[in-house]
Design a protein around this ligand. Structure first.
Ligand SMILES: N[C@@H](CCC(=O)N[C@@H](CS)C(=O)NCC(=O)O)C(=O)O
Length: 215
């Protein structure tokens, strides 16, 4: 399998953590991508092979060993989950629906964080403060909602985490990483406690975000 990747992308981090937690990471060849900073508001030269595999030209994109091109982190995670027999990241019974309910909010939170990143890359004089505030409001609402459901995040350390836990962990990590995002911890004690523990998992520690090379 080949994965178009950068160390900054939270959606790509989701795939990498899932692959590590499922024991599939050593079957994946990483194809690093570069992103000129103009990516947030203009078409940029793409890393060779990316737009050919996925004309949406976003990461993560996975090419399976059978040559199937899969764009989008949820699809890729589901594909990886299907490659294992043991405990997966998606429950195979009806408990997957409350899990996906939590997942979808965490994923929407990631989208708001990445939308803010793209807007922050625009020259300051054409940046929209209204648009940035709309994303901040969404991020706050989502973190508040997740705090209310924090009991669903807790599992034993030895258990394979599910996709919702992984995605909430990545959202917390991204919020900490970007200095223009606020601390999610105040007034969210349960989430803060959970993340303090979850962030110590090897799959989280080994995938901490870093800036993407521009070229
Ligand atoms: N819904 C997609 C979102 C992927 C996404 O937004 N990727 C960003 C990086 S974090 C990207 O490739 N952006 C480049 C662009 O939009 O041109 C997923 O889950 O994979």
């Amino acid at each position: 399998m080949q994965l178009f990747w950068t160390p900054a992308s939270p959606f790509t981090r989701k795939v990498v953590i899932v692959a590590r937690e499922l024991g599939l990471w050593d079957q994946i060849e990483v194809r690093p991508t570069t992103w000129p900073l103009e990516w947030g508001y203009a078409t940029v030269p793409f890393t060779p092979g990316l737009a050919e595999a996925n004309p949406v030209a976003r990461i993560p994109t996975l090419i399976t060993d059978d040559g199937v091109e899969l764009g989008g982190s949820l699809l890729i995670c589901q594909y990886l989950n299907d490659q294992t027999d043991g405990a997966g990241v998606v429950p195979d019974d009806n408990s997957r629906w409350p899990m996906f309910s939590l997942y979808a909010v965490a994923d929407g939170l990631l989208e708001a964080q990445v939308a803010m990143r793209a807007e922050m890359l625009r020259p300051a004089d054409i940046r929209s403060e209204g648009y940035l505030q709309k994303q901040r409001d969404r991020i706050d609402r989502c973190f508040d909602w997740i705090e209310g459901r924090a009991a669903e995040l807790s599992t034993a350390d030895s258990t394979t985490p599910n996709l919702a836990q992984i995605t909430v962990g990545i959202a917390c990590g991204y919020q900490d990483w970007r200095e223009w995002l606020s601390d999610f911890r105040p007034a969210r004690p349960d989430l803060s406690r959970w993340y303090g523990n979850f962030s110590q998992r090897p799959s989280m520690r080994e995938t901490e975000p870093q800036d993407t090379p521009e070229r």
